[in-house]
Design a protein around this ligand. Structure first.
Ligand code: PYC
Length: 314
């Protein structure tokens, strides 16, 4: 029998969990985040499964593997992963990572550059503990894409990049409330499957693997409420940082939000992010502010005698 120990720190950002691997993760060698992600996927995917999936985790947890970035201007590099694979970027996860690094005493208030596979982002730790993430350049790729969804008919949405690919739907018959979550899951799952059959060409062979629904809010302090289906068929408990970034890109595209104006996006369980953007060329550079709380600092035990040591595949 052999025992290995992996130290992880858990946090949640508006209810959505992030698990940062602090010690005991695989050595991904050198190179860019994209190169290390390739090695992670090809050589250490069982580690991903072990850390976030049952019996240690659940479908909802987003993992984050830290590395020392080769770019000396970066405080850290990170690869985000989930129950089924890897994320280019993760907004709630970057807020959780900043809260985790602050908990460890590794960062203080100020702006910190973080290398991700989707590009370099910044995380500004504010004096009150909130975090503002300046995300990768984001844009709307296509407007009013109609998809035939079995059981529901034609569903029309926009496709946008916010560090991950999103299908953003405003016209649908659902309320976005905690009570509606089973129906929202059924509908967005059906949309996701229908979209997979749709001949949309996404740059770099990407896949539109996040489905985002919106409704207007009755609360005058909130601009909009959303529900986001993630790639592994878990819903985002937060308003989704990359999803809010994709929304900002779409709002810019139709002239509904000016540069520097604040958009308060609420998620299905009621937490919110404040978003705004600045322009860089044709793209928007989203800024997303939210807060995260560390709620566990623990050691995972990897026992070679445990038949589920490397997790249960979902
Ligand atoms: O906050 O960007 C985000 C995110 C992506 C998937 C889950 N959360």
């Amino acid at each position: 029998m052999s025992i290995e120990r992996v130290r992880v720190i858990d946090s949640h950002t508006g209810g959505e969990p992030t698990r940062v691997v602090i010690e005991g993760g695989p050595d991904l060698g050198s190179g860019t985040a994209a190169e290390r992600l390739r090695r992670f996927r090809e050589e250490h995917d069982s580690f991903r499964n072990a850390v976030v999936n049952e019996p240690r985790g659940s479908d909802v947890i987003v993992g984050a593997l830290l590395f020392d970035s080769a770019d000396p201007s970066c405080t850290a590099g990170v690869i985000f992963f989930n129950n089924v694979g890897y994320l280019g970027m993760c907004g709630h996860g970057t807020i959780g990572l900043a809260a985790t690094l602050a908990y460890l005493g590794r960062i203080g208030p100020g702006v910190h550059r973080i290398e991700t596979p989707a590009g370099i982002v910044t995380a500004e730790l504010l004096a009150d503990g909130r975090v503002t993430v300046e995300n990768v350049p984001s844009y709307r790729l296509a407007a009013d894409v109609a998809v035939d969804v079995p059981g529901y008919g034609a569903v029309t949405g926009d496709i946008a990049w916010g560090g991950n690919w999103f299908f953003l739907v405003e016209k649908h018959p659902f309320a976005i409330t905690a009570a509606e979550r089973p129906e929202l899951m059924r509908f967005t799952t059906a949309v996701r499957h229908a979209l997979a059959q749709h001949p949309i060409v996404i740059p770099d062979g990407g896949e539109v693997d996040h489905i985002e629904l919106f409704v207007p809010s009755n609360d005058p302090t909130i601009n909009s409420k959303n529900y986001v289906l993630c790639p592994g068929f878990a819903y985002d408990r937060s308003p989704c940082g990359t999803g809010t970034s994709a929304k900002l890109a779409c709002l810019h595209a139709v002239g509904k939000l000016a540069e520097g104006e604040t958009w308060r996006q609420q998620g299905v369980i009621g937490s919110h992010f404040d978003g705004s953007y600045r322009m860089e060329g044709e793209c928007v550079i989203p800024r997303i502010t939210g807060s995260a709380f560390v709620n566990a600092d623990s050691i995972q035990i990897f026992n070679s005698d445990d038949p589920f040591c490397m997790g249960i595949k979902p």
